[in-house]
Design a protein around this ligand. Sequence first.
Ligand code: PEP
Length: 251
Amino acid sequence: MRQKIVAGNWKMNMNFQDGLALADSVISGVDQPKGLVILGTPYIHLAAVSERVKSHPAVFLASQNCHQEEKGAYTGEISVAMLQSVGVDYVILGHSERRQYFQEDNALLARKVDAVLAAGMRPIFCCGEPLEIREDESHVDFVEKQLKEGLFHLSPDAFSKVVIAYEPIWAIGTGRTASADQAQAMHAAIRKMLADNYGEEPANNTSILYGGSCNAQNAAELFACPDVDGGLIGGASLKPTDFLTIIAAMG
Ligand code: PEP
């Protein structure tokens, strides 16, 4: 059966020292979570946070990006082998900020997904629609295209390693959360897409996280939805007390 997961996405926040202090506060505050906890740190924190997450069996490490090529003359980039060598477990891919500001499209993301899986790590593949698509009610088709082009080339075995995060863009960092009904409806639609492509069992075994202004106040209601298996948390993952409350909401 699928796992519950709460993953933090620190984005481009926290200097090295503050990041380590944040990781320490979270790791020492996590008791016996009802699922996995993942810290998505900037690149420079990964090696040091990796040492810290080893002290807790339920806490894992994510990078927020990777390069699709194995190695070579790509100045400023980070390969999957580098991430794997410092103990990264998950790689967040396809975040709407990467799609918007760095022109990452589904074809590129499919290559990144392949690279992450080939290195033995697991992708957290983000999908989600902008406001105008939600308003004209074509959000299900929009997300289906993202999944088809970014993920559905995978074999069933490779697909079993994937975590999906549904993040409506209009809810990210805006304080405007999707309602529990909106989240549940979209997650159920995504699970049906997975069932149509891979079958009922793989669909039921895939963790689908909600992201978009999820916080200490609304996490429990969102996570209680039958197809919401936890959250990808931006702003609230920078505040240890709030993040720990969200982690507890998995219970
Ligand atoms: C995110 O960036 O993945 C996110 C969900 O951000 P926030 O929680 O701040 O809306």
